[in-house]
Ligand binder design. Structure first.
Ligand code: EPU
Length: 429
């Protein structure tokens, strides 16, 4: 196992390139199951989750070839093939559930194990199932596996309402959309997620011949087509990686530009940083942040579906808030249990108090390096950020979580002047 040694770093400065988006990439690769011909994806991030999805597609009979260095991945799907997603792969990554819709649409049958719990609370798939049932599929749960079968003649277009108690579902919307593009007739998905990852999926499906409209809004309209033909696809930039890098810059009072980023997808974060006195320059090819004269002032941050403040930046914001003047409330109604990073930040000296679905941060705290344990992907990033401003060295263990979703974060931060070293963890169990 590996760990990070994070040393206190001065203000970050310089420019780095945004990676391709993990959360756009996973459903897009799964959509490779839907198309004839070879789907060629570029700007594919080098991440463990991508390797896991490639493995899953291979198990489903796809020919997958990857040049990870060049960020290219190609998927060719035979018309007929396996319909069982192996539990051994699915249990490693929730996004595996994304093959449910494509398998049902293309092969009429899907057996997908429930991906199971998650370290930051329950993450059900009832809305995915509701969507498939609305399209005429029969779905039952047996021995931990969802067995889904399309009706004779295939899925049928329908009106689907995906609004859940905690707002729209991102992967659920993607899943139902992928099922609907090959269904007979018209589908209307209400309560659809508006996230940029859903927009990217809808656009690529359209490039492949699907008839979809409304992406970016909360109603998607789909006219089913008989078949789709692979079109090239470049992954959009990873807005959460960009946000994390900008927060590292803000925390260290630095000056950083992320090239190839999409600032219009980060409106809520950038507005907050500007309110704290950071200067933000958005342009067509990226975003720059100058925090040299910033004065972080606390306040309240509440996560919300896009275009609100992303839950995937909540932990990193909490790290940032430890250095703000006064009190900050960070609330996450999307995942009220996603606060594992709090106890570890306290080890570094942060003044935090947990409340249901929220954490209160009092700052500015003097942080001092300590050994900490990463509990999940974004929590890991928060600990690295805090380590950049903690005196001495912070040892972040279990960084395999981080590697699921950030492409060599230590190198990117290193290019900006941060001192983050990846080493073998000689104390790992
Ligand atoms: N929900 C249900 N029923 C469902 C599905 C979701 O009640 O059938 C609830 C969830 O429990 C949650 C809310 O709806 O409270 C939103 O969850 P959503 O379904 O949107 O999450 P997801 O699609 O499974 C994606 C990202 C997550 C990100 C969330 C929210 C991917 C691969 N994952 O998950 O990313 O936090 O959307 O924006 O796209 C991450 O990258 O670190 C990460 C966890």
């Amino acid at each position: 196992m590996e760990r990070f040694l994070v040393s206190r770093s001065g203000p970050l400065h310089g420019e780095v390139e945004a990676a391709g988006s993990k959360n756009a990439c996973l459903p897009l690769l799964a959509a490779g199951l839907l198309v004839d011909g070879t789907a060629r994806f570029t700007r594919v991030p080098r991440l463990r989750d991508v390797a896991t999805l490639a493995e899953l597609l291979t198990a489903l009979g796809c020919a997958v070839s990857r040049d990870a260095e060049a960020g290219v991945l190609a998927v060719a799907t035979p018309e007929a093939g396996p319909t069982d997603a192996p539990y051994e792969i699915v249990r490693r990554m929730r996004a595996s559930v994304c093959v449910l819709g494509p398998l049902l649409a293309r092969r009429g049958l899907a057996r997908v194990p429930l991906p199971g719990g998650c370290v930051f609370g329950p993450r059900p798939v009832d809305l995915h199932v509701r969507g498939m049932e609305a399209l005429g599929a029969e779905v039952r749960l047996e021995h931990g596996v969802l067995h889904a079968q399309a009706p004779p003649g295939g899925l049928r277009g329908a009106r689907v309402d995906l609004a859940g108690p905690r707002g729209p579902t991102v992967l659920g919307t993607a899943n139902v959309l992928m099922a609907a593009v090959l269904a007979r007739g018209e589908t209307e998905i209400r309560g659809a997620a508006r996230e940029p990852e859903v927009v990217a999926l809808a656009r690529w499906l359209r490039a492949c011949g699907a008839r979809v409209e409304g992406e970016g809004g909360d109603v998607l309209r789909v006219q089913g087509v008989a078949g789709l033909r692979a079109a090239p696809c470049a992954m959009p930039p990873d807005r959460i990686e960009t946000g994390t890098l900008l927060l590292a810059a803000a925390l260290t009072r630095g000056r950083v530009r992320v090239r190839g980023a999409a600032p219009d997808e980060l409106g809520a974060l950038l507005a907050r940083l500007e309110a704290d006195g950071c200067r933000v320059v958005r342009d067509r090819d990226g975003v720059a942040l100058d925090a040299r004269d910033a004065a972080p002032r606390g306040g309240e941050v509440v996560t919300a579906p896009h275009p609100g403040f992303p839950t995937d930046l909540q932990a990193q914001w909490t790290a940032y808030a430890t250095r703000s003047e006064g009190e900050t409330w960070v609330r996450d109604p999307i995942y009220p249990e996603r606060f594992q990073h709090a106890a570890e930040l306290v080890r570094l000296g942060a003044d935090l108090e947990l409340a249901p679905g929220a954490v209160r941060v009092r700052g500015p705290a003097r942080l001092t390096g300590a050994p900490v344990l990463a509990s999940d992907l974004r929590a890991s990033a928060a600990l690295v950020l805090a380590g950049l401003v903690a005196e001495g060295t912070t040892v972040v263990r279990r960084i395999y979580h981080l590697d699921r979703g950030y492409e060599a974060l230590e190198r990117k931060l290193g290019r900006l002047g941060a001192r983050v070293l990846r080493t073998v963890d000689d104390q790992a169990p």
